[in-house]
Design a protein around this ligand. Structure first.
Ligand code: G6P
Length: 436
């Protein structure tokens, strides 16, 4: 009999919390969580109390003896935890609105995890998650850190390179891609071998009933995804069929920022003019969600949560915790050290790939090499990520500029510095140590 678990969720006041609570409840038989600690900062107190009360009602309705603790004291929550999950947003939604609106006001893509938005989010988030990892080294050195904070790959890599904490990064995009492919195939007897980086991952091979079907299924999947989006925060994608067929792999929905940059910019500028960037839409969704959460009769995850891009993220987070705890050795898609999986990248680079999950952590599957163009792209994107991590840790302006100058979404000549300087000013309260 293993000991019952203590879990700490940092950013517990998030509107996503009912998602993770529902995920733990449904897996309770396999993963007996005794204590779930929802942690937030003072500014998130009101939300934490609302969502915490809902979590308690959900647990009571399910009849599982999981204690829900609400706290602003992170150390109390981390002490002797077995798993720590992060779903925090430094600077809250206001910061995301700036990340999206400032670049767009200069005609550059504004996106939460890609381009300037993802870059600024990394500068704000990495120091905070590293602080949490340091606290974990003291308070729960053997715990797993399951990171869901964006940009997931950069945050996970920062933890691997700057602390001794075991950390796995997650994303719900591969789950969305699997659902989408399942809808096209029409049964569950298939397997997608994922390879790439977070929000830059490809379905490298798709197998069905004992044979590879990647090339023949790609046009059907593309057709399907032109009417139905893979994740709610991104619109359906009208890919160029010949291009994807030539690529020979299934691109993820975020690839459209790179493969269809001008089309997306045009679309985003329209939303920007209407005051409806994704962050602004999410603000409305969040307000409505918290009103729903306040209802004392509500005792389950409401369907309205499906409007968020991270819907179903508990399938990844809680599923991974179960797989580690039970040593299930099932295959999941995780952000983990490369260790030779993608030949062109360093061993300590974090990649997103299919891996067998053991109680010791993920063991990646051997993959055939990426096609030459994809190898070039991924080396560039990983170099951008590594420079960004270095800039975030050293708080170094010149390294930041170097990163921004190689990313195709942020490389805009003299305008790159103009946008970056404006973003630095806007985010000054969340960038301690930077000379602004
Ligand atoms: C996707 C991504 C997440 C991202 C989310 C945004 O699912 O995988 O990394 O955070 O959507 O959703 P939102 O509803 O906040 O725009």
């Amino acid at each position: 009999m293993k000991k019952p678990l203590k879990i700490a969720t940092i950013g517990g006041g998030s509107s996503y919390t009912p998602e993770i609570v529902a995920g733990f409840i449904s897996r309770y038989q396999d993963v007996p969580i005794k204590e779930l600690w929802l942690v937030d900062i003072e500014a998130g107190r009101e939300k934490l109390e609302i969502v915490g009360a809902l979590a308690r009602r959900m647990v009571e309705k399910a009849g599982v003896p999981m204690q829900i603790h609400l706290t602003m004291d992170r150390e109390e929550a981390l002490k002797d935890a077995d798993f720590v999950t992060t779903q925090l947003r430094v600077g809250l939604l206001d910061a995301r609105i700036q990340d999206e609106r400032i670049p767009l006001s200069h005609g550059a893509i504004g996106q939460e995890t890609n381009g300037f938005g993802g870059f600024m989010k990394a500068l704000r988030t990495i120091p905070v998650v590293l602080e949490i990892a340091k606290e974990m080294e003291r308070l729960c050195p053997n715990a797993w850190l399951i990171n869901f904070s964006n940009p997931s790959s950069m945050v996970t890599e920062a933890v691997h390179r700057h602390s001794s904490i075991k950390c796995i990064g997650l994303c719900n995009v591969p789950i969305g891609m699997q659902r989408s492919v399942g809808e096209v195939i029409g049964d569950e007897d298939f397997f997608i071998h994922f390879l790439g980086m977070n929000h830059y991952v490809w379905g490298k091979h798709i197998y069905h009933q004992g044979r590879e079907i990647t090339q023949e299924i790609l046009p059907k999947i593309i057709e399907h995804e032109s009417t139905k989006s893979v994740v709610k925060n991104l619109k359906p994608i009208v890919w160029n069929k010949e291009f994807v067929q030539q690529l020979g792999m299934l691109p993820c929905p975020y690839h459209r920022y790179y493969y269809m940059q001008d089309d997306i910019l045009h679309e985003e500028l329209e939303s920007f003019k209407d005051g409806k960037t994704r962050a602004e839409v999410v603000r409305g969704v969040e307000e409505a969600l918290f009103e729903i959460y306040k209802n004392p009769e509500l005792n389950e995850k409401p369907a309205e949560l499906e409007q968020r891009g991270g819907a179903h993220y508990s399938d990844a987070a809680c599923g991974l915790i179960r797989a580690i705890y039970t040593n299930s050795q099932e295959i999941m898609v995780v952000n983990m050290p490369n260790n030779g999986t993608i030949g062109i990248l360093p061993d300590d680079a974090i990649i997103e790939t299919s891996a067998m999950i053991t109680s010791f952590g993920p063991v990646s599957l051997k993959a055939s090499p990426l096609p030459a163009p994809a190898q070039a792209e991924i080396l560039l994107m990983k170099t951008f990520e590594r420079l960004t991590i270095e800039a975030a840790v050293k708080k170094d302006y010149n390294i930041a500029i170097q990163a921004l100058t190689i990313n195709p979404l942020t490389k805009h000549g003299a305008m790159t510095r103009v946008i970056f300087n404006e973003l630095l000013q806007a985010h000054k309260p969340h960038l301690s140590g930077w000379q602004i």
